[in-house]
Design a binder for this molecule. Structure first.
Ligand code: EPZ
Length: 419
């Protein structure tokens, strides 16, 4: 296993280029299964979860080649419909192959994702909605065994709860269903818009008819296309927070500021100076950090994937703040580690009360999940002395070249192998 050694405290200064979005790439990669031809994808981030999804596609018979910054997926020989536990267990988005496999083959056997550090990660909403398209399924030894003997048939579906993954699975499945599908109460994260742009470019017929309602008319032909995925708005938000936490001055490039306006507005209210240009955002730290009350919510609300990061910044506010985590049931795993660095954070149910005016002390730390681990890096950057962050495989799931990017911004950070 590897760990990161961080020598703080440093102000981060300079420019950072944001990579492609992990959470747009995963459903788009799953959706390539709809095609029996070749699909070229560009700007996929070089992170573990993408490698895992590509390994999953290869296990289903897709041929995958890489050159420079494009990934060529060739499905001319793709025939398998079994997604195994050992791949899906490490990357819950593996469940996203269920929809396209059912659409293409009318049957599939896909491992249930199982829980993770942040929650139980059920897929009941996915399955209930798929059954509305004519899918019969049973759960057997941790696998979903699903069939649609007469093929998928379009239908009207209202999601009981806003779910990013369920929305994505159903959009992809409905692309080849017979007739029209109307999905309402959809998640509308930018990554889902990127998915529908990709699918329409492939020849699917998808239209957002109102804020959270989408209409999909099934097609039978899918074109060979090439597509470049959008920027990673959570990576972008993480670097915006890093500028605030270290009191630095960062220009975050390759972004669409409009997409991260909620985060930008929160950071402005907290007191950071923010300049917005066409494809970049400049964030300048400030000595005076104001306290806030933040609730995580589905897009366009404040993203749960930035909750751990903003918590580190609020430790430096002038007074106590409150963060309410309304999406996942156990997403405060970073709190105990931050408290070991001198933070004073109290969690009561899904609320965290964060005392301000904290100076983090360096420590030996344990990463628990992807976003919690990056919050430990942010705290370590501002703590005097050497901090060590263990189990950074969590970090490598979603942040491309993090220590290289941070080093370029003035951080003293290195990756070492555990003895
Ligand atoms: C996606 O997860 C993201 N992952 C998560 O990012 C993100 O935190 C989450 O959306 C919320 O924005 C990817 O896009 C790969 P949900 P997903 O279905 O689809 C419950 C990261 O750090 N639920 O919107 O799994 C669920 O338990 C990751 O990059 C059901 O009850 O999220 C959760 O409480 C972490 N039944 C809530 O809904 C279901 O069938 C939202 O989950 C599905 C979900």
């Amino acid at each position: 296993m590897q760990k990161l050694e961080v020598l703080g405290a440093n102000k981060l200064k300079g420019q950072v280029k944001i990579s492609g979005s992990k959470n747009a790439s995963l459903p788009i990669l799953a959706a390539t299964l709809l095609s029996k031809k070749k699909i070229i994808l560009k700007n996929l981030p070089k992170v573990k979860d993408i490698q895992t999804m590509i390994t999953l596609l290869k296990s289903l018979g897709s041929k995958v080649r890489f050159n420079i910054n494009q990934t060529i997926i060739d499905n001319t020989q793709q025939k398998k419909k079994f997604a195994s536990y050992n791949l899906v267990k490490t990357m819950r988005a593996g469940i996203l192959v269920l929809g396209p496999l059912l659409a293409k083959y009318r049957s599939a056997k896909v491992s249930l994702p199982g829980g993770c550090a942040i929650g139980s990660r059920p897929v009941d909403i996915h399955l209930k909605a798929l059954s509305k398209l004519g899918v019969k399924y049973k759960i057997n030894q941790g696998y979903v065994i699903a069939n649609a003997p007469y093929g998928l048939k379009g239908n009207k579906i209202n999601f009981s709860k806003i779910s990013v993954g369920a929305t994505e699975n159903l959009i992809i499945a409905a692309c080849l269903a017979k007739g029209t599908t109307i999905l309402s109460n959809c998640a509308i994260e930018p990554e889902i818009k990127d998915l529908t742009n990709f699918l329409n470019k492939m020849g699917c017929r998808i239209k957002w008819v109102s804020k959270r309602t989408i209409r999909i008319i099934g097609v039978s032909e899918i074109n060979e296309i090439s597509y470049s995925v959008m920027f990673d708005r959570i990576e972008a938000g993480t670097y915006c927070v890093a500028a605030g936490v270290t009191g630095g001055n960062l220009t975050i490039k390759n972004v669409i500021p409009e997409i991260i306006k909620t985060e930008i507005n929160v950071l402005k209210k907290i007191g950071l100076k923010i300049k917005i240009r066409k494809n970049e955002v400049q964030v300048i730290g400030n000595k005076k950090i104001r306290n806030m009350k933040i609730k995580t919510a589905p897009y366009p609300g404040f993203p749960t994937d930035l909750q751990a990061q903003i918590m580190v910044l609020l430790c430096k506010a002038n007074k106590s703040s409150i963060i309410q985590e309304d999406i996942f049931e156990n997403r405060f795993m970073h709190v105990a580690e931050l408290n070991r660095m001198g933070a004073k954070i109290l969690t009561i149910g899904n609320k965290a009360i964060i005392e301000g005016n904290i100076n983090f002390a360096s420590a030996e730390l344990m990463a628990t999940d992807l976003r919690a681990s990056v919050s430990l890096v942010l705290a370590a950057l501002t703590a005097k002395g050497k901090s060590v962050i263990n189990r950074i495989y969590h970090l490598d799931r979603g942040y491309e070249n993090i220590e290289k990017k941070l080093k370029k911004l003035g951080a003293k950070i290195k990756r070492v192998n555990n003895e």
